[in-house]
Design a protein around this ligand. Structure first.
Ligand code: PLP
Length: 362
């Protein structure tokens, strides 16, 4: 019998492809003939150089990046980006637009304002508990950048198309949907994603930055808080989170070589989401919390008739090897996170369980 593995619907850190975990296991003691683990080699060694450069090259291919974009690996999570973005780009006397679509957008706004920066909020879905993505937004023409959260991990909403911000560079927190679908990067000045949702373990944040954004950075920032430091040193000004970068590299390899790229990944993600939303829409027992036209393909948020049933649902699911279905502590309810690595079979097993649970408790 192999090791116990459950269907993992955690929001983050989240499931990784089994093949990636097995590859890590198989080369953990002796990385490519080095006689050392990848966690033991120098970040200046040829072994790690190949890992980080392959991760960057795969990112460039998967996202179709032109030479104007650089791929960086930083620490501090996506939350550090909330602080670094205004610090690097938003000079005194200038403004930035932030669309507020939930918990993470709210935090991004707060981190800019803490620094005394001027932030405008041209649209927010707070009036209905962030159940939708605002449409027809009037962005300011003289903002330095416009910031959005592409997928709202906690509220279960997602931008299906990105807003037109004209000449103003768009910046997006893509922590929970990067690499889940193809998109046109050209209007982005920067996008970033903590790895632990859709592409790896916790400990590294990917930043993709366009070269003109680097010109905005003031000289008087601490070295470790400047994007230019990471851009100039191939993310190795200091020791990068080697093991996390290595895992991201293997996930991207899986995405390219096993899945076959972002078009294919998007089709699989759509099937998974259709399956579970289709089931919820046909049930009077389960209720989706996001407006249908704003639903996330990554985080499916739903309620049961009462909180006692929700508790029982999460507990019974785990007994049936379906884990991580509790909603975020700030909103309650239930949530199934179905990121790239979650196979269709896991979603099928979940829907079967939901049907059974309804028949027993509905
Ligand atoms: C999880 C999450 C974050 C926070 O990420 P950390 O890496 O823990 O800082 C930020 N934004 C979004 C959209 C997230 O899902």
């Amino acid at each position: 019998m192999g090791p116990k593995r459950i269907h993992n619907f955690n929001a983050g850190p989240a499931a990784l492809p089994r093949a990636v975990l097995e590859e890590i296991q198989s080369e953990f003691l002796d990385f490519k003939g080095s006689g050392m683990s990848i966690t033991e080699v120098s970040h200046r060694s040829k072994w790690f150089d190949e890992v980080i450069n392959d991760a960057i090259e795969r990112t460039r291919r998967l996202l179709n990046l032109s030479s104007r974009y650089q791929v960086l690996f930083l620490q501090g999570g996506a939350s550090m980006q909330f602080c670094m973005i205004p610090m690097n780009f938003l000079a005194d006397g200038r403004t930035a637009d932030y669309v507020n679509t939930g918990t993470w957008s709210t935090k991004a706004i707060k981190e800019a304002r803490i620094q005394g920066k001027t932030v405008q909020v041209p649209a927010s879905s707070e009036d209905r508990n962030f159940a939708y993505i605002p449409r027809k937004i009037q962005f300011s023409k003289d903002a330095v950048y416009a910031h959005i959260t592409s997928n709202n991990t906690i509220k279960g909403t997602q931008w299906d198309a990105f807003p037109d911000t004209g000449q103003v560079p768009l910046i997006a927190d893509m922590s929970s949907d990067i690499f889940s679908r193809p998109f046109d990067v050209e209007q982005f000045g920067l996008f970033y994603a903590g790895a632990q949702k859709n592409m790896g373990p916790a400990g590294v944040c990917m930043v993709v930055i366009r070269d003109d954004m680097l010109d905005l950075i003031p000289g008087n920032l601490p070295t470790m808080l400047k994007y230019s430091t990471f851009a100039e040193k191939n993310s190795m000004f200091n020791t990068p989170p080697c093991f996390a970068v290595y895992t991201v590299q293997l996930v991207l390899k899986w995405l390219e070589e096993t899945i076959g790229g972002l078009e294919k990944m998007a089709a699989i993600n759509q099937r998974k989401a259709d399956l579970i939303y289709g089931f919820i829409d046909n049930s009077r027992f389960y209720n989706g919390t996001a407006d249908p036209d704003s639903r996330s393909l990554m985080n499916v948020t739903f309620r049961l008739p009462n909180e006692d049933l929700e508790k029982k649902f999460v507990a019974d699911a785990l007994v049936n090897d379906l884990g991580g279905l509790k909603g975020h502590r700030s909103v309650g309810g239930c949530r199934a996170s179905i990121y790239n690595p979650t196979p269709l079979q896991a979603v099928e097993a979940l829907v079967d369980f939901m049907r059974h649970f309804e028949s027993q408790n509905g």
